[in-house]
Design a binder for this molecule. Structure first.
Ligand code: ZN
Ligand code: ZN
Ligand code: ZN
Ligand code: ZN
Length: 186
């Protein structure tokens, strides 16, 4: 049965089965409002920043303020100290989400010693956030899932994206997994 909803955009009453609001003409997403991917809060469709991370992905919605905090956190630079004279030298940053391995060999700017830096998923200082999909710096944010297996990844979240609701959901998932593991062992 159809319920009555209050349109998020104009405040008018709309049937929950309507495809658009008869008062302001906004579509379904507009009537119900959308969730900010980062803080989980509700906001108007018309006021949200809309982002698609892939050509065929669904749109994600953001408060502008939340988005700005996330998009400023990562500065992609990689300095590794020379093993001989400890001079920090700059390497290029390789995004290991799209390639599994990257290596680069340089000569130290101070002593000329040649050395190589190999980057894999494991030592990549950056990864994408489990919740918003944007890049984060692992040691500044939260490890939300530690993988038991070498070849499957750990998951990280921005502190901002790690909301109370998501923490509670993770606890639930964990309990569920532990229970099902006990059942298998019995
Ligand atoms: Zn409306
Ligand atoms: Zn938000
Ligand atoms: Zn050196
Ligand atoms: Zn995030």
């Amino acid at each position: 049965m159809a319920d009555l909803l209050k349109c998020m955009e104009c405040g008018g009453m709309v049937s929950s089965e309507a495809y658009k609001c008869p008062h302001c003409n906004t579509g379904r997403d507009g009537i119900r409002g959308v969730n900010c991917t980062i803080c989980g809060g509700f906001l108007k469709f018309s006021e949200a920043r809309h982002i698609k991370l892939g050509e065929y992905s669904e749109s994600q919605f953001f408060h502008n303020s939340c988005y700005q905090k996330i998009s400023q956190t990562v500065e992609k630079k990689k300095t590794i100290n020379c093993p001989v004279c400890t001079q920090p030298n700059l390497f290029s940053y390789a995004d290991t989400r799209s390639r599994s391995h990257y290596s680069e060999r340089i000569n130290c700017a101070k002593c000329g010693h040649p050395y190589e830096y190999q980057q894999t998923k494991e030592n990549d200082p950056y990864t994408e956030c489990r919740y918003c999909g944007f890049l984060l710096e692992k040691n500044l944010e939260v490890l939300v899932f530690k993988s038991d297996y070498h070849d499957s990844p750990d998951y990280y979240s921005h502190k901002l994206c790690d909301t109370n609701e998501r923490q509670a959901q993770r606890l639930k998932d964990q309990e569920y997994h532990e229970n099902s593991r006990h059942k298998i062992e019995e």
